[in-house]
Design a protein around this ligand. Sequence first.
Ligand SMILES: N[C@@H](CCC(=O)N[C@@H](CS)C(=O)NCC(=O)O)C(=O)O
Length: 218
Amino acid sequence: MKLHWSPRSPFVRKVMITLHECGQLENVDLVRSVVSLSAPPNSAVLIDNPLGKIPTLITDDGDALFDSRVICEYLDIKSGRNLFPAKKDERMKHLRWQALCDGLADILLLWRIELTRQSGPWDIVTDGWQTKVRASMVVLEGEVEAFNNSEFGIGHISLVCALGQLEFRWSNCDWRKHFPKLSNLEADLAKRPSINATGVKDDQENKGTEITNGQLSF
Ligand SMILES: N[C@@H](CCC(=O)N[C@@H](CS)C(=O)NCC(=O)O)C(=O)O
């Protein structure tokens, strides 16, 4: 398999954690693929994914799979690991957590790009994102017990990746102080080798844009 990959992407991280958990890390070539919504699309990624987004996985059969949700479920089915529970109630719980946490990560990514806009960010949009990020964190803090009572799965993976993005790009927002239960849960989950080995980080290929005027606060 081949994965369009970046060490900076929370969505690629979901796939990397899943590869670890499914014991398939050895079976994939990681191809560093630089993409940004604020730059022309990467032509090598576009060939495999017309949306120009990563992660995109090329299977051994030559199929191109995207997005992270589809790739993670594919790897889970292929390995029989069961990160996407089969039973309805548990499955819906994990899929909902995935939707919420991916949505949160989406906002955090888009917000940073909005802050680089030369004419200045669109306040009505960033104010809305502020409200949505806060509301999402409050909901997640209230569901820590449910996370703890559920078998580790795609919901936990998505949560760790969204919180990792907060820590990586919004390090001064002090989320751990405001959401102590989530902070404890994240610290527990970080003990798993799959999570410990996959933290998002910048690399030499393409440093993240330095943004100092982010206003995310809780
Ligand atoms: N819903 C997608 C989101 C993927 C995504 O937004 N990836 C970012 C990198 S973290 C990207 O490819 N951005 C480039 C672009 O949107 O053109 C998923 O779960 O994989």
